[in-house]
Design a protein around this ligand. Structure first.
Ligand SMILES: NC(=O)c1ccc[n+]([C@@H]2O[C@H](COP(=O)([O-])OP(=O)(O)OC[C@H]3O[C@@H](n4cnc5c(N)ncnc54)[C@H](OP(=O)(O)O)[C@@H]3O)[C@@H](O)[C@H]2O)c1
Length: 206
């Protein structure tokens, strides 16, 4: 491909920018796809997901199968990983699973699972600039907050369930922020859930 030294395509698709500009090469997006209660929680305080798993889902299961075809790597916080293992989630070796933790990694991990201690900024630059499909940032709220604060998220797809649960683990760990969002779509489902798809606006201030 014959490109000049610098050239910027639409955010998240391909960015090749001169070294002087300090911007990174970017051709994969990091996307949060997650379900929340209508009051903004992703789990009860003890991690219970009864309010979510017990809710009848509409045909098509909120478009998750289509979304999964667009990703080939998943990022999880260590607590979400532990909870997934407890719930018997399969970790197929076809997709890479990156589990973020500040602790020593366990001696063994399921095939396709890699524990990561690399700083999020360098991890995101490296993975966005590599080849492959998009990356699913699965959660939970602490790792989403950490990625958001490093400007390491491109899109949010939030499926809001029609239920208040009163207390729990928030979608994004609380902190003063101002992150403008650009709405791509708002999709209602027959069970009363609504899916909001946002781009993170390119310029933001905290
Ligand atoms: N509703 C949904 O769709 C949905 C989706 C995903 C998860 N969940 C739920 O969310 C809950 C967990 O969420 P959570 O917010 O408590 O935890 P989390 O984000 O899954 O994991 C937090 C852990 O990630 C690691 N971590 C966070 N920031 C880091 C950083 N900057 N660098 C390195 N490691 C970092 C730390 O691991 P160490 O402690 O090992 O250092 C931290 O304790 C679970 O109950 C899960 O079921 C719900």
């Amino acid at each position: 491909m014959d490109l000049p030294d610098w050239r910027v395509f639409k955010r998240g698709e391909l960015s090749i920018v001169s070294p002087e500009s300090g911007l990174v090469t970017r051709n994969r997006k990091i996307i949060v796809h997650i379900a929340t209660s209508a009051d903004g929680y992703i789990a009860r305080p003890d991690g219970d997901l009864d309010w979510l798993t017990g809710m009848p889902a509409p045909k098509g299961f909120y478009g998750i199968a289509e979304f999964m075809r667009t990703v080939d790597a998943k990022v999880l916080g260590r607590k979400t990983f532990d909870q997934s293992v407890k719930m018997g989630a399969p970790f197929g070796a076809n997709d890479r699973h990156y589990v973020f933790s500040r602790q020593e990694p366990p001696a063994t991990a399921p095939a396709g699972v890699e524990f990561v201690t690399e700083p999020i900024g360098t991890f995101a630059a490296r993975i966005r600039g590599g080849s492959g499909k998009n990356i699913w940032l699965m959660g939970g709220g602490k790792i989403i907050g950490s990625f958001l604060d490093e400007d390491a998220i491109d899109e949010f797809v939030v499926t809001i369930m029609p239920v208040f649960i009163g207390e729990g683990i928030p979608l994004i760990v609380p902190k003063h922020r101002q992150v403008p969002l650009k709405l791509r779509s708002a999709t209602p489902f027959s069970n009363g859930a609504v899916q909001l798809h946002y781009d993170i606006a390119p310029r933001r201030s905290d």
